[in-house]
Design a protein around this ligand. Structure first.
Ligand code: PLP
Length: 361
C-alpha cells in the first residue's frame, strides 16, 4: 500500500487513524451487521452517530447553548444564498469584505436578494492581504456583516475580527474550521463546507445563534430555511449520513489523539512556521502573502518563473508530494497543510524544496 503526502486544498487529507477506523467498521458497524452507508438515517444506531457528532463538535469548539448546529448539504456555496435569504430581512442591507474569490462569490449571490455594500477589498493586490477595516464605514443598520475568515485560494486569514457592534458577524470558515480555537459567541453565523478540514465532501456545517432563525424571506425554499433544519434536528430529509459519521471520527481524533483545539493550534503553528521560515530564507521560493495576514492552513508560494513552477510541481508529484499546484486563477504553488497533515509531511516537503533550490538556482 502507498500513501502520498497530499497537499490538496479540498477535498483534502484525512487523519490516517480515522481512515483505518472507518475501514475496520466498514462492513459491520459496531455489531449492527451493516455499513453506516447502508443504514436508515431514522434508525437508533444512526441516531447515536449524528447525536455524538453534534455533541463532540459542541464540546471541541465550545459552542454556547444558544447556538444551533445544523448538518446540511449544498456546500459552503449554498450558504452564499442561504445567509441573505434568512438574515437580510430587517433593513434588507448587509456589508461584505472582499478578500478573495469565495468572499466575492458570497457577495455577488447576496446582491441578488438585497442592498449589499462592499466595505473593503484587497483585489488591488491579488488578495494578498486582509484590508484594514474602519468601523466608521460599516452600515450601522445592516442585518449582518460577512467575512471569509480564511481565504483558501490566496492564503490569507483574519487574525483580528472586525468590531461590528450589534450587527451579527457572519463568517465562512470552510478552510479554517477546527484548526484553532474560535470564540463562537463573537459570531451570528459560522458556516463551513466540511471537505477541507473536517470530513469528506457532502456535509455543510452551520452554527447559528438561535435568535437569527425564523426570519427568512417569504420566497425562501423550505430546504433553504434554517428553521426547517433547526426544528428537525438536521433530519428534515436524509442528511449526508456517511460524511457525518466520518466527521464524528475526526472529532474523536481531535479530542482524544490531539487533545483539543489549543493543542491543534500549537501543532498547526509549528507546521506553518517551518514552511514560512523556509520561504522567507529561500533564494528561489517566496510566499505571496504579507506576513501579518498569513494563513495557518493554505500556504501559496512562487518562484517568479512559471516554467520553474511547473517543473517543481511535476518533480514534487513524482516524489509523492501531490496537489501542490496553485489554484487555476492564481498559478504558482500552494501547500494546504490542514490538521491531518503530519509534521513529518511538512518537514519532508521543505527538505525537497531545499534540494530543488540547490539544483535550480
Ligand atoms: C472551498 C470553499 C468554498 C466552497 O465550498 P463548497 O463546499 O465547494 O461549496 C467556500 N468558501 C471557502 C472559504 C472555501 O474554502
Amino acid at each position: 500500500m502507498k500513501r502520498v503526502y497530499n497537499f490538496s486544498a479540498g477535498p483534502s487529507i484525512l487523519p490516517e487513524a480515522v481512515l483505518r477506523r472507518a475501514a475496520d467498521e466498514m462492513l459491520d458497524y459496531q455489531g449492527s451487521g451493516q455499513s453506516v452507508m447502508e443504514m436508515s438515517h431514522r434508525s437508533k444506531v444512526y441516531g447515536a452517530i449524528i447525536e455524538s457528532a453534534e455533541s463532540l463538535l459542541r464540546e471541541v469548539m465550545g459552542i454556547p447553548d444558544n447556538y444551533k448546529v445544523l448538518f446540511l448539504q449544498g456546500g459552503a456555496s449554498s450558504q452564499f444564498a442561504m445567509v441573505p435569504m434568512n438574515l437580510m430581512t430587517g433593513s434588507g442591507k448587509a456589508d461584505y469584505v472582499l478578500t478573495g474569490q469565495w468572499a466575492t462569490k458570497a457577495y455577488k449571490e447576496a446582491a441578488r436578494y438585497g442592498d449589499v455594500k462592499v466595505v473593503a477589498s484587497s483585489k488591488d493586490k491579488t488578495f494578498s492581504y486582509i484590508p484594514k477595516l474602519d468601523p466608521a464605514t460599516f452600515t450601522p443598520d445592516a442585518d449582518y456583516f460577512h467575512i471569509c475568515m480564511n481565504n483558501t485560494i490566496y492564503g490569507t486569514k483574519y487574525h483580528t475580527l472586525p468590531d461590528t457592534g450589534k450587527v451579527p458577524l457572519v463568517a465562512d470558515i470552510s478552510s479554517c474550521i477546527l484548526s484553532e480555537p474560535i470564540d463562537v459567541s463573537k459570531f451570528g453565523v459560522l458556516y463551513a463546507g466540511a471537505q477541507k478540514n473536517m470530513a469528506p465532501a457532502g456535509l455543510t456545517v452551520v452554527i447559528i445563534r438561535e435568535d437569527l432563525i425564523g426570519h427568512a424571506m417569504e420566497i425562501t425554499p423550505t430546504m433553504f430555511n434554517y428553521q426547517t433544519h433547526a426544528d428537525n434536528g438536521s433530519m428534515f430529509n436524509t442528511p449526508p449520513c456517511y460524511t457525518i459519521y466520518i466527521a464524528k471520527l475526526v472529532l474523536e481524533w481531535l479530542k482524544n489523539d490531539i487533545g483539543g483545539l489549543e493543542e491543534m493550534k500549537k501543532i498547526n503553528e509549528k507546521k506553518a512556521a517551518l514552511l514560512y521560515n523556509f520561504l522567507d530564507s529561500s533564494k528561489l521560493f517566496k510566499g505571496t502573502v504579507v506576513p501579518e495576514d498569513r494563513s495557518l492552513m493554505n500556504v501559496p508560494f512562487i518562484t517568479g518563473n512559471e516554467e520553474l513552477d511547473a517543473k517543481f510541481v511535476k518533480e514534487a508529484a513524482a516524489a509523492d508530494f501531490v496537489n501542490l499546484k496553485g489554484h487555476r486563477s492564481v498559478g504558482g504553488m500552494r501547500a494546504s497543510i490542514y490538521n491531518a497533515m503530519p509534521m513529518e509531511g511538512v518537514e519532508k516537503l521543505v527538505a525537497f524544496m531545499e534540494q530543488f533550490e540547490k539544483e535550480n538556482l
